[in-house]
Every structure is written in C-alpha cells, then in structure tokens.
Design a protein around this ligand. Structure first.
Ligand code: ADP
Length: 167
C-alpha cells in the first residue's frame, strides 16, 4: 500500500505594515516546522496603512528570499476560506505579551468556530523583539529616528523614502 504524505502547509497572516525583525524571526522559526509557509498580507480596507499591499508583499519577498519554503501572498476574504483555497490548516501567530494573548485567543477561538479543521499555533516572541511592533517602527521613522536594529535594510530605505517630506 502506498501512503501519500500530506504536505504540512501553514499560513502566517498579518498586516506587516511594514515587516519587522520580530515578524522575520517568527517566519524563520515557523518555516522550519512546516513544508510550506505562506506569509499572507491582510488586505484590510478599514485600516489606514503606510504601505500598499503590493509594497508590503515586495518587502516580505525581499527579506525572505533566502528561505526556500516561504511564499508571499495576500487575502481579503475570511482567513479560513483563504486557507482552504491553499490547502493549509495551521495558522501561525506571534505572542509578545499577555495583551497579545487575550486578543489572539479570541481570534483563534473564532477561527476554530468557523472551521474546526484549522488550528492556531502560537510562537512566543524572541525576547529581543518583545517590544517591537510595526506601529512603533513607524512612529520612530516618522520623526527621523534610527530603525536599523528593528527592520531589515530594504525596509528602512523604503520608510525613509515615505517620510522624506516632513508631515
Ligand atoms: P496584525 O495587525 O494582524 O496584528 P501584525 O503584522 O502586526 O498584524 O502582526 C502579525 C502577527 O505577528 C501577530 O500575531 C503579531 O502578534 C505577531 N508579531 C508582531 N510583532 C511581533 C514581534 N515583535 N514578536 C513576535 N510576534 C510578533
């Protein structure tokens, strides 16, 4: 009897506006655990992002080009439906704090309610990045502060270009 091994496909969804070293650390660590990892940018029209979905995808593609089993995509549908279309059944989320956990637990329970074949796997932040968020990075860059330790070089350059003309 031949058994066909099912590919283990996980999705790491988020805004990634822009991708930080905190996200990248979660991407690297979870890519090691699955056959394929799809990093999926949420196309959320109700938020007011700094970067377009295309720009966010480009930055993610640039900073993950050395990880062969990572793909970049975007979605605007329900996450569980997007996952079905990609034959994925694991959601990766990062946890930085108790506050993150409360929100993430609610999100995970809702997704489980919508589709009980989908599991959420939480990855604890690398303590080095436990304070790091895209909003903090944007706040620093907006006032021309140093973000070299927080985001990859290509992201830093793109942020500088966005904030070149003072608001
Ligand atoms: P969202 O707007 O969906 O929270 P983000 O792009 O801010 O999207 O974050 C995506 C995921 O990455 C979330 O699970 C978030 O908790 C996690 N994350 C963000 N920053 C970090 C970090 N510094 N360390 C670990 N996880 C993080």
């Amino acid at each position: 009897m031949t058994t066909i091994k099912q590919e283990r496909v996980a999705v790491y969804p988020g805004s990634f506006d822009p991708v930080t070293y905190g996200h990248l650390d979660i991407i690297r660590r979870s890519a090691r655990q699955y056959d394929r990892l799809i990093v999926a940018v949420l196309n959320n029209t109700s938020k007011n992002p700094l970067f377009s979905v295309e720009e966010r995808k480009e930055m993610l593609a640039e900073v993950t080009q050395d990880i062969p089993n990572v793909e970049i995509d975007s979605f605007r549908d329900l996450l569980v439906r997007f996952m079905k279309s990609r034959q994925a059944n694991v959601i990766i989320r990062g946890i930085r704090s108790v506050t993150d956990f409360e929100y993430e637990l609610q999100l995970a329970s809702t997704n489980h309610l919508l589709d009980d074949e989908i599991d959420t796997v939480f990855m604890m932040t690398n303590p080095k990045y436990s304070y790091l968020s895209s909003s903090i990075v944007k706040e620093i860059a907006r006032f021309n502060g140093e973000v070299r330790e927080l985001v990859p070089h290509s992201v830093e350059q793109r942020m500088k270009a966005k904030y070149k003309d003072p608001i």
